[in-house]
Design a binder for this molecule. Sequence first.
Ligand code: FAD
Length: 444
Amino acid sequence: MSKTVIIGANHAGIAAANTLLDTYKDQEVVMIDRNTNLSYLGCGTALWVGRQIDSYEGLFYTKKEDFEAKGAKISMETTVDRIDFAKKEVYAIKKDGESYVESYDKLILATGSVPISPNVPGRDLNNIHFLKRFQDGQAVDEILSKDTIETVAVIGAGYIGVEIAEAAKRRGKNVLLFDAAGRSLPNYYDKWFTDDMDKVLADHGIELHFNELAREYKGSDTVEAIVTDKGEYPVDLVINAIGFLPNNALGKEHLELFANGAYLVDLHQKTSDDSVYAVGDCATIYSNALKKTTYIALATNAVRSGIVAAHNIGGTPLESTGVQGSNGISIFGYNMVSTGVSVEAAEKNGLKVKYTDFQDSQKPGFMKENDDVKIRIVYEEDSRRVVGAQLASTTAEIAMGIHMFSLAIEEGVTIDKMKLLDIFFLPHFNQPYNYITMAALSAE
Ligand SMILES: Cc1cc2nc3c(=O)[nH]c(=O)nc-3n(C[C@H](O)[C@H](O)[C@H](O)COP(=O)(O)OP(=O)(O)OC[C@H]3O[C@@H](n4cnc5c(N)ncnc54)[C@H](O)[C@@H]3O)c2cc1C
């Protein structure tokens, strides 16, 4: 029997554990996590805090007992504080202070990511929160329930910041959304798309403070104001959402790291130590669009990487197929989905690209219910392979289209191949001259 210890029992660790336990009966699996709960879907925090769903209960998809039933040893509220990689031993401390040692044949690091704290004075005042764990969502939810809380500042207009800004607005608060960049969601979408999103946010009463840098949080015990390079604003609650860093605390002295500190892994999820795998937010990932190793912290990637690591440990050699960073966002009924790289992201990464845009209604004009759709396909200038796509609309029907682009990027399909692609037509769904076809046909 081979023994695998998994540190971190959230999405990546869970996927690895389930794969090992369900597929490889000769595996002894030990899971250790410092949190009180596991499997919390952070993507549901804004839905629950914004009262778009009734409770948080459905946001957990498994529990400790499910793993025990499959024969795993799982210790929650237990922190691993050190690993002896030479001896293959993990040193853990339980909630009551008792410490113990767990040996391993293989180790999976699934320690995730930690929110970045803005390095400004006053950041430790009360009513300043991150949004990562279930407990963070609970704290924000509780504070928002108080009538005395009138104004909320959200720092960071990435997808987590934008979603919680919407949620706070839905709870009737004044919401100020700050970002040092000039627009929302700059990592995933080009300006043609985020201009629409920024309008949606502003139209719903969210005060946008772009190109504005937080310099200080002011207050005696509790935050009372935020100071930026452009002004000072009274606020009752601050939510920090400026991004995440890989949690490499346990292995940073021993393992090879990526530029941002993530554990550098190969396509088998193996680190620079033969016995150690890393999965999810603490590890790197291969981008098919950029054709290089990168860092993309998403639950979808966490799950896939956990599955890959587990199969390799279990004895089935399996390579990751790489990822496209496919993602979506839905704010006040406005939906955007993207995969691969935007034009701006391509340029930042030194990829020479061209793009083709198209805008139309989803269905033929004679249909009673209809929505506008906009699409951009990004392709590499020389090879003409598709490297990104973005779609936006008030209809959620655009969502499934992005998966096709994801596969196109993974398979290196060219923009020219997409021009005459067989796309069905039925008025209930789309137009005879489909917007995907039209965008591809109008490529240079
Ligand atoms: C608000 C929010 C919304 C999101 N929305 C989406 C979305 O819509 N779609 C999407 O794909 N992704 C989304 N994400 C990202 C997604 O949640 C992460 O990519 C995912 O949680 C990564 O999973 P993980 O298991 O790698 O790491 P984590 O979820 O960070 O889990 C790491 C685990 O390791 C444990 N741990 C760490 N160090 C130790 C230690 N020393 N000892 C013991 N235990 C330890 C932690 O307690 C934790 O349980 C969202 C994230 C947030 C915060």
